[in-house]
Design a protein around this ligand. Structure first.
Ligand code: B12
Ligand code: SF4
Length: 347
């Protein structure tokens, strides 16, 4: 049976929940509200080396280019944060602790798109997207009412906080739209104040060149010296601007079993000893592969240097001979820090 209007919208939302999404909201397509802010952000160089953002600029400024005739945006949320009982995952951003979210979400978004096509009938077309398509997902999802954009640029919802992924289905179907949520950040600036590298140039503007999520995941080559100490314990990504957010204090934990880590995160000295084959075997199917072996081992060496842990010296010495020159340089930096501390201690 072909559905229209409210009945179709109700069926789409029910299907999204059946597929395990925690929230769903529907809004208009059309150029995103903060397109001009995105353009200023690119012009200012805030995208660092993420050139794909500028390459997809025109598409990001108008979803119609990805799906001609697009009328509605179905935005869904999947909560990812959960407890870390053995504490081994503390240095890994919460979003990356389970199975790769692209693999968890994409098949369900494709199913949701298929359900919309079937329920709406006719020549309705859909396109599913999570993260990698040229869309300003937070902007489109905010306009749909999936949450509001916080000063740390993350989308927030009063009941689930900000530890959730966004997925989107663009569709030519005529659906009933929800409305944007009011901003509930008020005068709070906890996220801006807590950032270890002062990566925010102001509310809603993140300079990725300074952000630890960018530096530890996306950045290839050496991490600039001025940010190494600020990395602290972060081996992959960073959650500081979300951890301090009052809306995350009572946020509901993830229900999705596929996002549960299947094994503890290895000690950093063991991580440094992983050759390419063992690295692939250990992290295949997780978002951690985004940093590649070279990035993750580089970060591990920096964290060990920040800990000034003398027990890490043998592993760091072995890493001086790593096949990746960047890992070897990070190990040398860490060893120098540990040795300097020893000299200071013995002087
Ligand atoms: C590139 C990218 C990054 C970059 C740049 C981040 C950034 N803030 O731009 C880096 C590598 C740093 C990064 C980090 C993270 N990311 Co990321 N990232 C993306 C990606 C691929 C594109 C984002 C983008 O277009 N940036 C360009 C800038 C200009 O956009 P923006 O920061 O969103 O800014 C918007 C608002 O600030 C708004 N705006 C501007 N001015 C104003 C003024 C007012 C008043 C208001 C209300 C809004 C507003 O307009 C801007 C344009 O839309 C998206 C997926 C996608 N396709 O959208 C995921 C995405 C944003 N990332 C995500 C996640 C989970 C993260 C991390 C939490 C991971 C981690 N823990 O390490 C961190 C969070 C860091 C942070 N505070 O943003 C999620 C966010 C989910 C959510 N609840 O918001 C997304 C949506 C992926 C997904 N599908 O789930 N990410
Ligand atoms: S993710 Fe970390 S480094 Fe990046 S803006 Fe947030 S607090 Fe700053």
């Amino acid at each position: 049976m072909t559905l229209v209007g409210l009945a179709l919208t109700g069926a789409v939302k029910a299907r999204a929940r059946e597929l395990g999404f925690d929230h769903v909201a529907i809004g208009p397509a059309g150029p995103p509200e903060h397109g001009p802010a995105f353009e200023r952000w690119l012009e200012a160089g805030h995208a660092a080396t993420m050139d794909y953002l500028a390459r997809g600029r025109e598409d990001r400024l108008d979803p119609e280019r990805l799906l001609p005739g697009c009328r509605s945006v179905v935005a869904v949320a999947l909560v990812y944060a959960r407890d870390d009982p053995d504490g081994s995952w503390q240095g890994v951003a919460r979003y990356a602790r389970g199975r790769d979210y692209h693999d968890v979400m994409r098949p369900r978004l494709v199913e949701l798109a298929e359900s919309i096509r079937q329920a709406a009938g006719g020549d309705v077309r859909c396109r599913a997207a999570v993260d990698t398509s040229a869309l300003l997902e937070r902007d489109l999802a905010a306009r749909a009412g999936l949450g509001w954009i916080g000063k740390n640029t993350n989308l927030l919802d009063p009941s689930i906080g900000s530890y959730f992924f966004i997925g989107v289905v663009l569709t030519t179907a005529a659906l009933e739209w929800d409305g944007p949520l009011p901003d509930r950040c008020g005068t709070c600036t906890a996220c801006l104040d807590a950032c270890p590298t002062q990566a925010f140039t102001g509310p809603y503007v993140l300079d990725a060149r300074r952000c630890l999520a960018y530096l530890t995941i996306e950045h290839r080559g050496d991490i600039p010296a001025e940010y190494r100490e600020a990395i602290g314990e972060w081996v992959f990504g960073c959650d500081v601007c979300q951890e301090v957010c009052p809306w995350n204090r009572k946020a509901a934990p993830a229900r999705e079993p596929e996002l549960t880590p299947t094994a503890p995160f290895p000690p950093l000295t063991a991580l440094l000893d992983l050759d390419p084959d063992r690295f692939r075997a250990r992290f295949r199917g997780t978002a951690l592969t985004r940093a590649k072996r070279a990035g993750l081992l580089r970060n591990a060496a920096i964290v060990l240097g920040n800990r000034r842990d003398r027990n890490a010296v043998p592993a760091l010495r072995r890493a001086l001979g790593d096949e990746d020159a960047g890992v070897a340089r990070a190990a040398a930096w860490a060893l120098e820090r540990i040795e300097r501390q020893d000299e200071a201690g013995s002087g």
